[in-house]
Design a protein around this ligand. Sequence first.
Ligand code: PMP
Ligand code: GLN
Length: 409
Amino acid sequence: MPDKLRAENALASVILFMKPTNSVYTGLPTTVFEEMSRLAIANEAINLGQGFPDVDGPMEIREKAAEAVVSGPNQYPPMLGIGALTEAVAQTWQRFQGLAIDPRREVLITSGATEALSDTINALVEPGDEVVLIEPLYDCYLPLVKRAGATPRLVRVTPPDWRLDPDALSAAFSARTKAILINNPMNPAANVFSKDELRLIADLAIRHDTYVIADEVYEHLVFDGGRHMSMLALKGMRERTVAIGSAGKTFSLTGWKVGYVTAAPKLLDPIAKAHQFTTFTTPPHLQAAVAFGLGMDDAYFACLASDLQAKRDRLAQACAGLGFGIVPCAGTYFLTLDVTPLGLEADDVALARRMTIEAKVAAVPVSAFYSGDPPRNYLRLCFCKKDEVLDEAVKRIGGWLKAASETAA
Ligand code: PMP
Ligand code: GLN
């Protein structure tokens, strides 16, 4: 046997007898977003899968970051975040939700909302606890809850109306419920919880003495004149809610990974300790630039939503013209299409892959956001793209559908 093969065999047998690595992460598939992006790149497809804009956010914000890199400081910023950013986050709470937030004791800057979610779950949850989650689930929720040793209690909403069943939600709570994690506006559902739904969640949280982790990264991407209502602003929720935001979405700079946590001091303190031993800080230049961005006038935020709304309408109309069923979209970057009217194969995973390879347009199968027996006839398309890119994507999908129907005939 050649030496190289012998060495490889020896290594394989050592690995086989070593202790198992962590059971939550070992064998976990790569996220659907990364998977579809890789497939899109490999097939030179238009990527309407993973949610990111194809035009970078405001130049003034990027210039601030560049200036800050050059002028410095470039050393560790304060663990909770630079003063200018914690202050700016507090001011946006006042501006958009009418809430007085103490920037020194109630705001934490993290490296993206993903880190904020991880810090928060690690800081609030312990083995033996239960956490209520609403499916469809953003990819990191379930593994993070499991890794914290808690038992997830899943409640499901489904397209096209994504209605939250009060009885199912209420039944998911028990004496062991430590937290409920909600995403509002919700990815991929693109729905915005009504005031009644938020009140229902809040009342259950109060009744069961439960924390609410509110992932509100799409807070400024609400359409049709709707306004985001934060769980933190609901009566009785100030002390038990952890609100999470992301500059990535608000400024179309998803690669920056600057997130913010807002919570009462008693909750923020352990979350900051989890952050302290996860990343400790977030690059100071990006923080300075985001602080500048949060200070931009109301017109910026209104324009962000209206531009995206126009893109939603452009894509929705064109896809309806191709025969897809269109699921209502009240916010976020995402439009959900029902493929049933087209008589296409029912498996959304296979369909998303085929569409990427054959039509050269990538999408995300909605079933990826569910655990166990998901709906399989929906695709999620990301519309924060240039108009000409959306038009070309629709043209390609149209041509592909036509060719498929001719082959079938
Ligand atoms: N929550 C939701 C619902 C998301 O869609 C995303 C994706 N961007 C995140 C959290 C993560 O945000 P960030 O990139 O700031 O980590
Ligand atoms: N939030 C993005 C989406 O839903 C993906 C972010 C990521 O890939 N981690 O597409």
